[in-house]
Design a protein around this ligand. Structure first.
Ligand code: TRP
Length: 440
């Protein structure tokens, strides 16, 4: 549960969710929760089922099931596992670059750099200068990739399990401390009351679509991570209960992130932006402006580092598990090989921000982050919904019902409701989001 929570809680909880709540208020939270239940929950259960039933990595799990337990053994499913593993690697190749920036900003906040910055122009140029220095970015990226390999390369129980057992509770504790601190800042209660006020008039169609997309990404679905973790899951654990716990913990972190960030940003004149601007400009500046800000800001970046670290370890797991099974390698070797591929792909991302930046000029003006943005769009807008759709079809229609029933138990909530959602609601919703996002 902690490993899956560590995978789910990531940068998305801190830089996307709070921004959306800022825009559409409590109504966004309500819609988000609905999608969590009708779409994300059945998909999470499906991934865990596929992993636990086969006790194998995503590639072998799907191949084994296609051979043994399906109604139609179409050989095309054999390639499906590959797509999943490759998508994880692609995501990690930019996730680790951004995580490197976070390491750098943790250090910068700790030494008090942001205390001396008073204008938005200054903070913006600090960031621009930072990303135009490839050597610096490479150094931080390398450190982060090796932090990930260091854990993934060890034996599963001693490496990953012990790490999440330590890191996830520490992350929660630090987050709570930060929220308590925020509660002392600037009319906390009034601000949050008006922030979370439920008014459906503020909700637009794009907000609903983003709620759906965010529900799904926040749980790290569609890259086989939950499938890979499911393989290590004890047979006696109820998949339904486990999935509900993961969803609750992930949502709690997202809500705490709002309670933490909103008062801090509101205490300044700054606007509540999202993404890169929020984390690398607005937040450092807001903390820089408050008493003891260096201390609180550092704590905030440490929380982000921990969140990104457990997500990165998760992203590497499907490939490590696959390489160990396929080639009989030890985990250390598998993690090193997969990690070096990620490192090399990350290098392309880094160079696209500076030396090779000119080649991105013909892209839209939104593409300020070079190849990173392109990778993000390819993976999160195209690959992940597609994989999730295939997971839904595969687990709902292709794998034999009896087989799934053995994993989920036969009660109405655990099985019947799940089957209805995964067969009809989930595919329809994904197609709707997919078409909407492509036409946008
Ligand atoms: N859930 C992560 C977040 O909220 C992002 C993410 C998407 C992810 N897919 C993933 C993390 C797969 C780990 C593995 O930021």
């Amino acid at each position: 549960m902690l490993a899956a929570t560590g995978a789910a809680v990531g940068l998305g909880n801190f830089w996307k969710f709070p921004h959306m709540v800022g825009e559409a208020g409590g109504a966004f939270v309500v819609v988000y929760l609905v999608f969590m239940v009708v779409m994300a929950l059945p998909l999470l259960m499906a991934e865990l089922v596929l992993g636990r039933a086969t006790q194998q990595n995503p590639v072998c799990a799907i191949q084994a099931l296609t051979k043994r337990e399906t109604t139609s053994s179409n050989p095309a499913w054999n390639y499906f596992g590959w797509v999943i593993v490759i998508t994880g690697i692609l995501i990690l190749s930019y996730y680790s670059v951004v995580a490197g920036w976070i390491l750098a900003y943790a250090l910068r906040t700790a030494v008090g750099i942001f205390q001396e910055i008073d204008t938005v122009e200054e903070i913006r140029s600090t960031f621009t200068i930072f990303v135009s220095d490839p050597e610096k970015l490479l150094a931080w990226h390398t450190i982060f990739v090796f932090m990930t390999i260091g854990i993934s390369g060890r034996d599963f129980r001693r490496g990953l399990e012990n790490t999440v057992r330590l890191v996830v509770p520490i992350m929660f504790a630090l987050l709570l401390i930060l929220v308590f601190h925020s509660a002392t800042v600037h009319e906390f209660r009034q601000n949050l009351n008006s922030l979370f006020h439920i008014d459906f008039a503020r909700l637009t169609l794009p907000h609903v679509m983003h709620a759906m997309q965010q529900a799904f990404f926040s749980l790290s679905l569609g890259v086989g991570v939950m499938m890979a973790y499911g393989a290590y899951l004890n047979k006696t654990v109820s998949i339904f209960q486990l999935s509900v716990s993961i969803i609750v913990l992930d949502t709690v972190v997202a809500l705490l992130a709002v309670c933490l960030l909103y008062p801090v940003v509101l205490s300044t004149e700054l606007e509540f932006s999202s993404g890169v601007t929020l984390v690398f400009q607005t937040v450092p500046m807001a903390f820089g402006a408050m008493p003891g800000g260096a201390y609180w800001g550092t704590l905030f970046f440490i929380v982000l580092v921990l969140a990104a670290w457990t997500s990165a370890i998760a992203l590497l797991e499907p490939s490590v598990a696959w390489l160990t099974a396929r080639h009989g390698w030890r985990r250390a070797k598998a993690a090193m090989v997969a990690g070096l591929i990620v490192w090399a792909l990350g290098l392309i991302n880094i160079l696209s921000l500076n030396y090779w930046a000119f080649s991105f000029e013909f892209f839209d003006a939104h593409m300020v982050n070079g190849w990173l943005d392109i990778m993000d769009i390819i993976t999160s807008t195209v690959m992940l919904p597609l994989i999730a759709l295939l997971v839904a079809v595969f687990s709902g229609w292709v794998v034999s019902r009896e087989y799934v029933k053995k994993q989920l138990g036969s009660s109405i909530v655990n099985y019947t409701l799940w089957l209805v959602l995964i067969r009809f609601a989930v595919p329809c919703l994904i197609v709707v989001v997919f078409v909407y996002l492509l036409l946008r």
